[in-house]
Design a protein around this ligand. Structure first.
Ligand code: C2O
Ligand code: CU
Ligand code: CU
Length: 491
């Protein structure tokens, strides 16, 4: 199982083409540099984070971005079930902000995952919460969440991965795999390296940028030994961009969705990751040494009927044009997100047969319906609505009782796709347009395509208080497609 060194590998008699490729590997980099990692010690993750606006290096160029601690992506946080988390946060941005811990099952109130907090410019706030003892191990995501500012702040660079080390990590086949994090994020920079203000149309579409990065790099190289296993932990940290992922000549073995393990690996040809979604996949080093591209395949997430050539053509909207908007010509193209190479050889590692059981939830006590759509509002232009209403933090839209199970049926009657996200409690998708889902999985964000109805089941147990559900195209959230939920102890 010991990896071969380079001489032993060459002694295997690789073809000259592979030898050339190997030489380039030795001089090149192997893994994309992981962001700085902060791991809990003695049951406590205690770190100082600040949000700031300054010049950073992004994919080899100077860019003026918003960042946590000057890093793109932000420091990677890691804790275990049962750990306490203390984040001493300072807002050095010229505008208010806050932090949301996307997907974590922690209280949505007080100084925990409270997205109603407003931390003004120049102020400090300490977040404190405990990761429950029974919290699943997986890939989570922290990012700003102050309504009205979210898309701007995420698009300018804010966001990082939050890892919980748990049961999945203890499975021997998973432990044997090489772990690589890919934090996917797109940027739009003008000629001076600044993020331009988006056009109104770009906000309505959901702003996208043409600089597509993985861990702040363009097309980084990852390597796998022949026979080895790679565990890719993916976060879609983009404001609006969808990634329809495929790895040339390699099936993807999905092992976790939105931070929660599946019961067993699911083999896929491709995987669509919408904003806010995370996925963990295993890749087997089962091909001949060569270069294989991790691709983002074309995906059209729907428009206003004004896109494409003509007035919104790509010529007007290219990089540096201050648009923040990619058009359908971009959605029709294929992008190379990263490149997988082979280096060395190990005895063939098996895939795990079983992961962590995903329970079947009992029948719901109640069914609720939500309609996603958009409309025109005088003076505001397009607004994005849930059940005909735009977000109002003072209104409670949905009241649920703890210790109940509900089905939520989300119907998208609009013309654009909307990834629907619920805070605090994960759910299981039951059906799409009446068709049962092919495997059981926990999710916190689910794509509801234009014209589609998705039904999911959610259990409310602990954590009373108010939080939100919304479209994770963050411009749509800022433009109103968000509702409040209040979870109450049953009387
Ligand atoms: Cu990732 Cu309410 O958000
Ligand atoms: Cu969230
Ligand atoms: Cu949306």
């Amino acid at each position: 199982m010991r990896p071969l060194n380079r001489r032993q590998f060459l002694a295997l008699g690789v073809s000259s083409a592979s030898a050339v490729f190997l030489a380039s590997r030795v001089t090149g980099q192997s893994l994309p540099p992981a962001p700085n990692q902060y791991v809990s010690k003695d049951g406590l993750l205690d770190i100082a984070l600040d949000a700031r606006y300054e010049a950073v290096n992004l994919a080899g160029e100077q860019a003026y971005l918003y960042s946590y601690n000057g890093q793109i992506p932000a420091p990677q946080l890691e804790a275990k079930p049962g750990d306490s988390v203390r984040i001493r946060f300072t807002n050095n941005l010229p505008q208010p902000t806050n932090i949301h811990y996307h997907g974590l099952h922690v209280p949505p109130t007080g100084n925990a995952d409270n997205i109603f907090l407003n931390i003004p410019s120049g102020e400090t706030f300490t977040y404190e919460f405990t990761i429950p003892d029974n919290h699943p191990g997986g890939t989570f995501y922290y990012h700003p969440h102050l309504h009205g500012w979210v898309a701007e702040q995420v698009f300018a660079g804010l966001g990082g991965a939050f890892i919980i080390r748990g049961e999945l990590d203890a499975i021997p086949e998973i432990q044997a795999a090489q772990e690589v994090f890919l934090f996917l994020k797109d940027f739009d920079l003008d000629a001076n390296g600044r993020v331009p203000q988006p056009w109104h149309m770009a906000q309505m579409m959901g702003r996208e940028g043409s600089l597509v990065t993985a861990n702040g790099q363009v097309n980084p190289t990852l390597s796998i030994p022949k026979g080895g296993l790679l565990r890719l932990r993916l976060v879609n940290a983009s404001t609006s961009r969808f990634y329809r992922l495929a790895l040339e000549d390699h099936p993807l073995y999905l092992i976790a969705t939105d931070g929660i393990p599946l019961s067993e690996p699911v083999e896929l040809r491709e995987l669509l990751l919408t904003p806010g979604e995370r996925a963990e996949i295993l890749v087997r080093g089962e091909r001949e040494p060569n270069q294989y591209r991790l691709l983002a395949l074309p995906y059209n997430r729907g428009g206003m009927g004004m896109m494409g050539g003509g007035m919104m053509g790509r010529g007007m909207m290219g990089r540096g044009m201050g648009s923040g908007m990619m058009v359908q010509s971009d959605w029709e193209s294929t992008r190379n997100l990263a490149t997988l190479t082979y280096a060395g050889q190990v005895e063939t590692l098996p895939l795990p047969q079983k992961l962590i059981p995903v329970e079947t939830l009992p029948e719901p006590q109640r069914v609720r319906r939500f309609i996603l759509n958009h409309g025109m509002s005088p003076g505001m232009g397009m607004v994005f609505l849930i059940n005909g209403r735009a977000f109002d933090h003072q209104r409670v839209d949905t009241q649920v009782s703890l210790n109940t199970i509900e089905d939520w049926e989300i119907t998208n009657t609009g013309v654009m796709d909307h990834p629907f996200h619920l805070h605090t409690n994960p759910f299981q998708v039951i059906s799409r347009n009446g068709q049962p889902e092919s495997f059981r999985a926990w999710k916190d964000t689910v794509l509801v395509r234009a014209g589609e109805t998705v039904r999911f089941r959610v259990r409310f147990t602990d954590f009373p208080g108010k939080t939100v559900y919304h479209c994770h195209i963050l411009d749509h959230e800022d433009l109103g497609m968000m509702g409040t939920i209040e979870m109450q102890k049953s009387s």
